[in-house]
Design a protein around this ligand. Sequence first.
Ligand code: AN0
Ligand code: CP
Length: 316
Amino acid sequence: MKNFLSVGDVVNTELLAQQAIALKQNRFAFKHLGENKTMMLLFLNSSLRTRISTQKAAQNLGMNTIILNLNQDSWQMEYEDGAIMNGTSVEHIKEGAAVISEYADIIGIRAFPTLTDKEKDYSEYVLHKFLDNVKVPIVNMESATVHPLQSLTDLMTIREHTTKQNPKVVLSWAPHIKPLPQCVANSFAEWMNKSDVEFVITHPKGYELNEQFSGNASIIYKQEEAFENADFIYAKNWSSYADYGQIIGEHNDWKITDKKMQLTNNAKFMHCLPTRRNVEVADDVLDSNYSLVIKQAANREFAAQAVIKNILSSNE
Ligand code: AN0
Ligand code: CP
């Protein structure tokens, strides 16, 4: 694996999930792989899980880690080619990324979408600016359109909690007070489409994902109908793709509650976190014994480790 930018860099999703699960047996078994190497984690946005789990994953493999909150702790970066830099940005990505690349063996990047410029976001503008200017592998820690480390974790968690070869997995839109990226949903959809599950997406009309990601998934507009016979309910809010970055209408009745979970086949509940309690998901779901959210978050360490291990092994 050269880079880990999306599911496109993964030959077999199920196999990578099994590799991540296997690492849980002995997370320090491959400590020699990353010895004297440095993982640089660049954050253009907030993070709790990704920041800590990716750092731990790299350290488990023997790497040194450096975290940088780009723009906040360093200089304001300019991305436009040919920019006359007489405004607020101080350093161009051409120098900035090239310099970072001199200090790192692998670079992780988190760069959320603008949610205002659809074309720019869906071209993965910022991620590609980094790719064009670094010499080392890049790990996507949530970009403008996808969050593959999260999706690998999700697949891994599903496999750990099912005995079925082909469980029914339902991605459900849930309400939020702010417009959020489509990344987690896009990514989850494209990973599920490549894995051995029966995949259903449910959301209010107007929240259709870009078809490049939703693919052949069944889309059901009635949430309660979609929940029938589900083995996993994966909740997430996202803003509209069609009406780009907007919240359309009032859909507070889409909140995930224990009553709705009772419609399923004793489904487990999943969410990438962070979640707003009693807006997206009711307390009785998050506090239930069928909620996997903390186990899911714990798995982020091993998913990241499987990815970094693959990159280190193929760049030896
Ligand atoms: C982000 C999102 O929805 O993409 C990060 C999720 C992992 N969530 C929020 O901004 C609340
Ligand atoms: N799930 C996830 O990526 O969480 P953070 O935004 O806290 O990293």
